[in-house]
Design a protein around this ligand. Structure first.
Ligand SMILES: [Zn+2]
Length: 167
């Protein structure tokens, strides 16, 4: 993750690091899945060429990822239409997060390549991480897995409603 993330303590990230990786790409799986299963894949919104997914192993509450539907590794290889839509969907994500979670700031970034910290290096995705003053102190309090799962479900419901409202 980009540098400021190192200040956030997110022990459930170990679940992600230790979890068996599916042979497929979960962005592609989510993109190809029937929209009626969006909650299973944590898909918050779909545009024509891109989609937004809530991060199952978040650095902070409301940590989203915006990705193209196509399995492309590098931002510079996105067709112009896809790149434009990625930006537009990132803007929409910021608007929804501001309205639903009222963060005081954001970290935005793309980890290009494994060496740069990409968990899924071969399918480019833009991280959108809401930030609140003091969140580096708050996160250890909610670090138990049960609490995280409940808050993930709640965040999904609230944010999905926000994306549907601010279409
Ligand atoms: Zn993919």
């Amino acid at each position: 993750m980009i540098q400021p993330m190192q200040h956030l303590w997110a022990p459930w990230r170990m679940e992600f690091i230790k979890a068996p990786k599916p042979s497929g790409c979960f962005f592609c799986e989510a993109a190809a899945a029937d929209p009626s299963n969006d909650a299973t894949h944590l898909v918050l919104a779909r545009a024509e060429l891109t989609l937004v997914i809530l991060n199952r192993y978040p650095y902070n509450n409301g940590h989203l990822m915006v990705a193209p539907n196509a399995h492309l590794a590098d931002l510079e290889d996105l067709p112009a239409g896809t790149a434009n839509e990625l930006t537009a969907l990132t803007q929409r994500s910021l608007r929804v997060l501001r309205e639903v979670l009222a963060p005081q700031g954001f970290n935005l970034g793309i980890n290009a390549g494994k060496v740069a910290g990409a968990g899924v290096a071969d399918h480019v995705h833009q991280h959108v991480v809401p930030r609140w003053e003091g969140d580096t102190n708050f996160m250890p309090v909610v670090a138990q897995a049960k609490v995280l799962n409940e808050s993930l479900t709640k965040s999904y419901r609230e944010l999905r409603a926000g994306f549907d409202r601010l279409a």
